[in-house]
Design a binder for this molecule. Sequence first.
Ligand code: PBG
Length: 331
Amino acid sequence: MIASYPQARLRRTRTTAWSRALHREVLITPADLIWPLFVTEGTGVEQPIASLPGVSRWSVDGMVARAREAVDLGIPCLALFPNTQAERRSDDGREALNPDNLMCRAIRAIRDACGDAIGILTDVALDPYTTHGQDGLVNHAGYVENDATVEVLVGQSLNQAAAGADIIAPSDMMDGRIGAIRDALEGAGHANVQIMSYAAKYASAFYGPFRDAVGSSGLLKGDKKTYQMDPGNAEEALREVELDLAEGADSVMVKPGLPYLDIAVRVKEAFGVPVFAYQVSGEYAMIEAAVAAGAGERDALVLETLLAFKRAGCSGVLTYYAAHAARLLNR
Ligand code: PBG
C-alpha cells in the first residue's frame, strides 16, 4: 500500500541539495562518455567546423593531444572519423583499405602515446572515402549494393583492427555485416576486438554537420533511405538489434540520440545488453543554436541531455560535448 497525501509528500526529499543528491536515481560520469573526433591531414592543423561551433578537425598530432586530454579527464574511449583528402576518394572507397590511411595513422599515434589508457573506436562505413558520399558501393542504377559492400567493410574492419582499433563500429546499416566482420576478426586473431554495432541507425535529418566534418556533404547525391531506417519504425529496430546480437555484436547503438530515446529504452528492456546512444551532430548544433539565441544555458542543457541517456538505460553516450561535460563533472 502506497501512502497518499499528506502522509506522502514527494517534495519532502527535494527540499535540500544533499537530499536531492541522495535520492538521485542515475548519474552521468566522465566514464560514460565516448568522444567523437575528426582527423585531417597535416601537422599542427586545427580546422574549426562551421556547422559544429566549438568542434574542430585535428591533424594526427592534435588527435594525440586530444587523446591525452581525454585520459586526464577520465573519458574511456574515443570515436575516430577521417576527413579524407579529395584526391584519395574514389567510387569504391578503396582508401578505406589502405593500411596507411589517415584513420590508421591516427590509431597508431594514439596507441603509441596512450597505450591501453584509452579505448579507440573506429567507424566502419565508406562515406568518408567515396566520391558519391554513400556508405557503400553504388551500382549503375544508383543503388547501394549490400553484399559487395559487406566484403569491403570486412577489409576496412581488418585494416582498422590491424592498426590497433579496440572497438569496430559499423555505421553502414548493410545486412549481414556484423557476422561477416566477426568471422573475419576471429580468423585474423582479433578475438578481443569488440564490435559496437550501429544497430538502430535512422535515415535522419540530424547528420548534416557531421557530413560537413568528414567532407561528404557536398558529394552526397540523394539520401540513405535504402539502408538506414525509417524514422517511423520501432519494431524494426528490435529486429535489427536482435540480428546484430545474433551475429556477434558486443554492444549496440541507437542513433540519433534524444529524438530516439524511446528506441534505447525498448532495446534495453528487450535484450538487456549494453546499449549506447549517439548524440549526433545535429543535436549538438541544436543546443549550440539555442545557446547562441539566448534560449538556454549550455552547461545545464548538456548535462541534462546526457543524464537523460543514462535514465533511459544507456551504458554510455557518444557526444561532441564529451570533454566539456567531463570538465563540468570533474569540478
Ligand atoms: C557514417 C556516419 C554518419 C554519422 C556517423 N557515422 C553519417 C551518416 O550516416 O550519414 C553521423 C554522426 C553525426 O551526425 O554526428 N556512416
